[in-house]
Design a protein around this ligand. Structure first.
Ligand code: ADP
Ligand code: MG
Length: 626
């Protein structure tokens, strides 16, 4: 009998399989079952057009059987089978789809991991078997053939006996080695779990003999083992079912079965698209932030199926970073099983699906915001930060997309509001969207800087998240209204009269302010008359792009120790304290220094900043008490 050599490319793949060091050896079963399912599909499609052929669903199935004693694992199907020629062409040569993926991957460094993740086809059998035997009888043929190979030495094809049409693949499972346990591929429970994991939604029943225990008939305490054929896979995936037939509970069960999360999702999105691109997807918006969500360990992504077969656990390309919280799966018939990660990235179909999904998530969130505000706020509590991060990242590329989804706490409404809501109730004379930053709502509420804006009757957005100000700086404006910090130099609310007043006050007190500036030396850039204070004597604001809040945040990041906002000490010239300052300036320079330092430190405290020398500060207070 002639032993034929594998075609060169196939041999390379084979070598990799035989000497495989891949961790996910278990995928061999997924590959063989997928092939079996494809073979049944082929009969099915033939039956659709050939009236001599009927497709009797009962007769089509896949069987998996382990023979521990002889170390044999057998995968049988009632599919279309292969002729001798087909055995030669299909199994002696690497299959078209797999070949390209393999070639590119084999040259890349992380090829190993990729083999574990993606379809590798029939040869995957050699990861776990020393000898692979394929017995097949093709539809319409009288003769069956046996293809056999131990990998390295090539293969043989000989005529053999087989009654029914279909294929039987027999694997002689390798002996255990020190590093590898191959026995597990003969264990019932292990095989069952591999089938469940990868092939649960294969459309045909995958049958297996399963041993269970039962009470012996007529006995009350004696048990016996019995063997029973079971269908292991659930066949019809929930995502292929009609939405109308499914309840909220079904979706919730799927969420927990799949371990997408331990919470109860806020919303599920079931998508079935049947057009230029065909896919089904079930997506979830979780309720709670996963514990590692805001850490670098968190991996975004959706499960990716190709026609019911899982090909990737976390396909990151399906989700933009700003929607990284979305969980779920996508199944498309248009994706090949034999697809590599590199190819996925360039896959046009996948890109289209991703775009589609992105749109859908956005519109679902908008719907939630519009119709189920409470739920949306709950969602926002968990993942709003990620949306704001999305506005800020990639140089603001996605800001238009996301701005409608943002919420901020409103000084007026005492709750979260959208930018649109804010702008729509702005009085005619209000030029800007005002905001104030601080650690908590309570603290911002008491900030002296907010007084004038609030007095004007204008709404202020409170920024308590460290990303807020950065995101808003990226946004710059919403519906042509610019954002303005209540601490910024020009608040845009002075009348001309106010401006004149301010100027004359500034001139009148020029020398006093110069003296104070000198006392504070490099601590402040300037001392000025405040236009925003009403009941408080002083405050600190910042000149320029970096605000005091931003300084705090940037400083807390490594390498940013030198970041500093330009500080301006603002004085309320209508406050009683100012009279004392003036008096001291004229009569007692030492007192002026004392008062200036005290006021400066007070302003720092109000702002939530550290007083540089607390001992000196308390000593100063004591001085005015005696
Ligand atoms: P792919 O499934 O991507 O084509 P494989 O290496 O898994 O690549 O399989 C190679 C080919 O062998 C298949 O395309 C098919 O024609 C044939 N084949 C494999 N297993 C079976 C089977 N159980 N029944 C019929 N044909 C099969
Ligand atoms: Mg295959």
């Amino acid at each position: 009998m002639e032993t034929k050599q594998f075609q060169a490319e196939s041999k390379r793949l084979l070598d990799m399989m035989i000497h495989s060091i891949y961790t996910q050896k278990e995928i061999f079963l997924r590959e063989l079952i997928s092939n079996a399912s494809d073979a049944i599909d082929k009969i099915y499609y033939k039956a659709l057009t050939d009236e001599n052929l009927s497709f009797d669903k009962e007769r089509y199935y896949i069987n998996v059987a382990a023979d521990k004693k002889n170390r044999l694992l057998k995968i049988t199907d009632t599919g279309i089978g292969m002729t001798a020629e087909e055995l030669e062409n299909n199994l002696g040569t690497i299959a078209k789809s797999g070949s390209l993926a393999f070639k590119t991957e084999n040259e890349s460094k992380d090829g190993h991991e990729i083999i574990g993740q993606f379809g590798v086809g029939f040869y995957a059998a050699f990861m776990v078997a020393d000898v692979v035997t394929v017995i097949s009888k093709a539809l319409g043929s009288d003769q069956a053939y046996k293809w056999e190979s131990n990998g390295a030495e090539g293969y043989t094809i000989t005529p053999c006996e087989k009654d029914t049409v279909g294929t039987e693949i027999i694997l002689k499972i390798k002996e255990n080695t020190e590093e590898e346990n191959y026995d597990e591929f003969l264990e019932e429970y292990r095989l069952k779990s591999i089938i469940k994991k990868y092939s649960d939604f294969i459309r045909y029943p995958i049958k297996m003999d399963v041993t269970s225990r039962r009470l012996k008939e007529g006995s009350e305490n004696e048990y016996e083992d019995f063997v029973e054929e079971q269908v292991i896979n659930s066949m019809v995936p929930i995502w292929r079912k009609n939405k109308k037939e499914l309840t909220d509970e079904d979706y919730q069960n799927f969420y927990s079965e799949k371990r997408y999360g331990f919470d109860k999702p806020i919303k599920h999105i079931h998508i079935s698209v049947d057009g230029a691109i065909r896919y089904n997807a079930i997506l979830y918006i979780p309720e709670k932030t996963p514990f590692d969500f805001y850490s670098p360990e968190y991996e975004k992504g959706l499960e990716l199926y190709s026609n019911g077969v899982l090909i990737m656990n976390k396909c990151a390309d399906l989700l933009p970073d700003y929607f990284s919280f979305v969980k779920g799966m996508v199944d498309s018939e248009d994706l090949s099983l034999n697809i590599s990660r590199e190819m996925l990235q360039h896959d046009r179909q996948l890109k289209l699906i991703a775009k589609n999904i992105n749109k859908k998530i956005k519109s679902e969130l908008q719907g939630l915001l519009k119709n189920e505000r409470e739920k949306y706020e709950e969602f926002y509590q968990s993942f709003g930060r990620q949306l704001k991060f999305g506005v800020y990242s990639d140089y603001g590329m996605h800001k238009e997309e996301l701005q409608d989804l943002l919420l901020f706490y409103s000084s007026k409404e005492k709750k979260m509001v959208t930018l649109d809501e804010y702008v729509s109730r702005m009085p005619e004379d209000q030029k800007y969207i005002y905001y104030a930053s601080g650690e908590t709502i309570e603290r911002i509420e008491k900030l002296p800087q907010t007084e004038v804006v609030a007095d004007k009757g204008y709404e202020i957005l409170y920024f308590t998240d460290d990303i807020d100000e950065f995101a808003i700086k990226m946004l710059m404006a919403f519906k042509e209204k610019e954002f303005k910090s209540v601490s910024s130099g020009d608040l845009g609310i002075d009348s001309d009269e106010d401006k004149n007043n301010n100027e004359s006050e500034e001139n009148e007190n020029k020398e006093l302010f110069e003296a104070m500036k000198k006392i504070l030396s490099d601590k402040v850039k300037d001392v000025r008359v405040s236009k925003r204070l009403k009941s408080h004597p002083v405050c600190i604001t910042a000149d320029g792009e970096i605000t005091l809040e931003m300084e705090k945040i940037l400083k807390s990041m490594p390498g940013n120790q030198d970041v500093k906002a330009d500080r301006i000490l603002e004085i309320n010239v209508h406050h009683d304290v100012f009279a004392s300052l003036k008096h001291a300036f004229e009569k007692d320079q030492e007192k002026l220094a004392l008062y200036t330092n005290l006021l400066y430190n007070q302003a720092l405290l109000i702002e939530g900043l550290k007083v540089p020398d607390p001992v000196e500060f308390t000593n100063d207070i004591c001085k005015i008490m005696v």
